[in-house]
Write a protein that binds this ligand. Structure first.
Ligand code: SF4
Ligand code: SF4
Length: 134
């Protein structure tokens, strides 16, 4: 979750539910150190890329504080200050031409500023690190 407007004004946590967010090894290690949770308890191996795991009951990211499985229920990221880069960037994602766009999975995507060239570069660098297994 980006946690800018409109995330806050809409009390939204939709992107933290049924997440498929990838994390670098360094991000996973930091999350593990901070939470005391072994990396394998909050990630799974998605074709070689570490990916955040969802809670069986809430269907939300293991780090989302929520007791509801409703996609539009409120929820707070318990690791907000060290959340992965992909979470910070969302709903900005890369399209098939490696340009940054607003993902149509965000229900309030129209309320975000238009992505910039700098966003594209940031996401390309992140993708490269993930593919390199960093
Ligand atoms: S789905 Fe969109 S509005 Fe909702 S928390 Fe995520 S980025 Fe924010
Ligand atoms: S780490 Fe935080 S921001 Fe990222 S998906 Fe999980 S709860 Fe959402």
């Amino acid at each position: 979750m980006a946690r800018r407007l409109p995330c806050i004004s809409r009390a939204c946590s939709a992107c933290c539910r049924e997440t498929t967010m990838p994390v670098t090894k360094a991000e996973a290690a930091l999350l593990s150190r901070r939470t005391g949770m072994p990396v394998e308890t909050f990630t799974w191996n998605n074709k070689g890329i570490l990916t955040l795991m969802n809670n069986d009951t809430t269907k939300a990211c293991m780090f989302l504080l929520t007791d509801s499985a409703d996609k539009f229920a409120e929820g707070i990221c318990s690791v907000y200050d060290i959340r992965p880069k992909g979470c910070q960037m969302y709903p900005t994602v890369l399209n098939e031409h490696d340009s940054a766009i607003i993902d149509d999975g965000c229900p309030y995507g129209k309320e975000f500023p238009t992505p910039t060239e700098e966003d594209s570069i940031t996401l390309l660098n992140l993708e490269e690190r993930l593919l390199q297994g960093e």
